[in-house]
Design a protein around this ligand. Structure first.
Ligand code: IMP
Length: 195
């Protein structure tokens, strides 16, 4: 099995390379990704965005394209940042800017209101048709300040309760075992293998 990942996010690419390696499947960056007109990820659900991305980019390649739409959902903020996780603090903002904005929104919230979950939907498509879609999530709590150096995005403020460490304090192997992305990817592979 071989996939090309339709993403320019280096954090996602690194995780997918490790996940594919552990699962014994081949995965690479889509070589012409940046030359293709970007898919407009404006749908209200992760599933629509993941499927839409996979369909769109698979029209520009003969390979099987893997797309991922993921993000952090905070019920106390009516689901924000949600599908807008990547652009939460504007189009040119950094991970630090997004974390600062989110922690600002969380100021004064109770422990219960700090509950959050990461969601990941993976979709694979070939020649404009979706073959499989799979999703999973990880439950956590938002910390009051960033902790840890590894990972990407909101990892330093996502306390993964099962291990009592933030995603950025987990080893790469640990994150891949427990993360929303790791679980969704493995589910996707088992669906493909069974079809
Ligand atoms: P998109 O799927 O490309 O729209 O972007 C998802 C965004 O959600 C990323 O840019 C991150 O900000 C955030 N995100 C998704 N998965 C993770 C993760 O595993 N750790 C930290 N942030 C994540």
């Amino acid at each position: 099995m071989k996939f090309l990942l339709a993403s320019s996010n280096p954090g996602k690419l690194r995780e997918y390379r490790e996940l594919a390696n552990d699962a014994g499947v081949e995965l690479d960056e889509m070589p012409n990704f940046r030359e293709i007109e970007a898919f407009d990820e404006s749908a209200p659900t992760f599933a629509e965005n993941a499927a839409g991305k996979a369909i769109h980019y698979s029209r520009f390649s003969a390979a099987t394209i893997l797309a991922d739409d993921s993000g952090l959902v905070v019920p106390a903020l009516n689901g924000a940042p949600g599908v807008h996780s990547a652009r939460y603090a504007g189009p040119n903002a950094s991970d630090e800017d997004r974390i600062r904005k989110l922690l600002g929104e969380m100021a004064g919230k109770t422990a219960d209101q700090r509950r959050a979950k990461f969601i990941c939907v993976t979709a694979i498509a070939r020649q404009g048709r979706v073959l499989t879609i799979a999703s999973d999530f990880a439950q956590g709590l938002l910390t009051e300040r960033p902790r840890g150096k590894d990972g990407f995005g909101y990892d330093p403020i996502f306390l993964f309760q099962e291990l009592d460490r933030t995603y950025a304090e987990l080893t790469r192997k640990e994150k891949n075992v427990y993360s929303h992305r790791g679980k969704a990817f493995r589910k996707m592979l088992s669906l493909v293998a069974g079809s």
